[in-house]
Design a protein around this ligand. Structure first.
Ligand SMILES: NC(=O)c1ccc[n+]([C@@H]2O[C@H](COP(=O)([O-])OP(=O)(O)OC[C@H]3O[C@@H](n4cnc5c(N)ncnc54)[C@H](OP(=O)(O)O)[C@@H]3O)[C@@H](O)[C@H]2O)c1
Length: 402
């Protein structure tokens, strides 16, 4: 059976016979060394029992221990958890209608409630237990992942995820550093690669504008695009210009000095715009694209979740479809493409990011770290905005940097 397992292809379809010695080792040492007892039923976590401001956060030692419900799931012991603006939004109820549907599409949850809810969308840790169909990961593998918002998060000692959502963590990073990347990396990947059509082979000399380059998504996107050979212009505050240039930005524009569209209009037109800012940017940004050349505007700031929160799922989705469809059509008549970008969980995308990290092309930007007891302070930090990279919470004992 072990030989058979070792001969299975990995998720890219590549066979790894070299793994044979690990899985076929008699009395497999990996299996004797557990990171936790499987008889555990509760764990420490920060939970919320209702939506609201920071004071709804509650520490408990009795959160339900995650269980493997599908054979492709793994339980991860969390060493570090990255925070994102989405955590602050979710704490206040943002996206609750859509998330409830994703969590329980058939309405089978007898309690009828998503609470107690655990926030935290980034995880770096170690695999503690694998479902029977998990072939690519083993217990004690060090992994990182971006956690879909409809799943319980990483502000807890353990989290359960599908194997296709996780990836082996970059060897060159500590857990704290690794937890700064997955959610923003998966979002930038989804927006730039899946929606924007960019990749490592077609970026050379492409002109990309990143609106809002100094936060989590921006600091990652700058580095990935520079590694792929693009020319990157970034809008940011004056006091972040040096910071984003050190990450590789070729040109910066200070949005605090006046209407930012004016200096941007003076520049050569762009092949792609990634909008991390939203608001009125749509009014002027699409005119900065090269027309009739396949150029795209991709915004991460969309009203999709507000629509479903406000109007319910069916009407909210209908309104969303009409809004995005009419905008796309309007801009298509001017020869440019208008798109909405969304986070998409993806272990294979993180595999590619890991290789770039280990090759020294991308580094995590950890602005501030907090201990597990300081989660409310960490959330407060994210809520204040003006991020310069990422906020990370150190969760478990035993990470290489704890
Ligand atoms: N659609 C999705 O699935 C998805 C996924 C992830 C993120 N997002 C959204 O994408 C946005 C960026 O996320 P993030 O994680 O990078 O947020 P973040 O870490 O909070 O960073 C936002 C950055 O933008 C800067 N900024 C604010 N106003 C600006 C402006 N007018 N022009 C240029 N820069 C400005 C901020 O610094 P200063 O205020 O000091 O300038 C900060 O550095 C957020 O709105 C987030 O909700 C959407």
């Amino acid at each position: 059976i072990d030989i058979f397992k070792a001969c299975l292809p990995n998720r890219k379809g590549v066979f790894h016979l070299s793994k044979l010695h690990v899985v076929s080792r008699p009395g497999n040492q990996r299996r004797q060394l557990r990171t936790s007892s499987r008889s555990m039923t509760v764990m420490p976590a920060w939970v919320i029992d209702k939506y609201g401001s920071n004071d709804v956060l509650r520490f408990t030692r009795n959160a339900s221990f995650p269980t493997i419900n599908y054979p492709n799931e793994v339980i991860i012991k969390v060493f570090a958890a990255g925070l994102n603006p989405l955590d602050v939004g979710m704490r206040a109820g943002y996206g609750s209608a859509t998330m409830s549907m994703q969590r329980d599409p058939l309405g089978m949850n007898q309690s009828g409630s998503e609470f107690p809810l655990i926030l935290g969308r980034d995880v770096s840790g170690v695999v503690m237990e694998c479902g029977l169909d998990v072939k690519y990961f083993r217990e004690r593998d060090e992994v990182w992942a971006a956690i879909p918002p409809w799943k319980q998060g990483s502000l807890a000692e353990f989290v359960v995820l599908s194997a296709n959502e996780i990836s082996l963590k970059p060897k060159s990073l500590s857990h704290t550093e690794a937890a700064a990347l997955p959610y923003v990396a998966a979002t930038a990947w989804s927006a730039l690669v899946n929606t924007g059509g960019l990749n490592k082979d077609n970026c050379t000399n492409k002109r990309v504008l990143i609106l809002g380059g100094s936060g989590g998504v921006g600091t990652f996107a700058i580095q990935m695009l520079k590694a792929w050979g693009a020319h990157v212009t970034v809008s940011c505050s004056l006091n972040a210009e040096r910071f984003v240039r050190e990450l590789g930005a070729d040109h910066t524009v200070d949005y605090t000095a006046g209407p930012v569209e004016e200096p941007l209009r003076a520049l050569q037109k762009f092949d792609l715009i990634l909008d991390n800012v939203g608001g009125d940017t749509e009014r002027w940004a699409l005119a900065l694209l090269k027309p009739w050349s396949g150029a795209k505007y991709v915004t991460l700031v969309t009203p999709f979740l507000q629509n479903t929160d406000r109007l319910g799922l069916a009407d909210g989705m209908m309104k969303t479809a009409v809004t995005v469809g009419s905008k796309a059509l309007k801009h298509l008549m001017n020869g440019v493409h208008y798109r909405w970008g969304f986070f998409a969980p993806s272990g294979p995308a993180l595999d590619e990011v890991r290789d770039m990290v280990d090759a020294g092309q991308i580094r995590p930007v950890v602005e501030e770290t907090f201990s597990f007891s300081q989660v409310p302070a960490a959330m407060e930090k994210v809520e204040k905005g003006h991020a310069r990279g990422k906020t990370v919470v150190q969760v478990g004992q035993g990470g290489d940097d704890l």
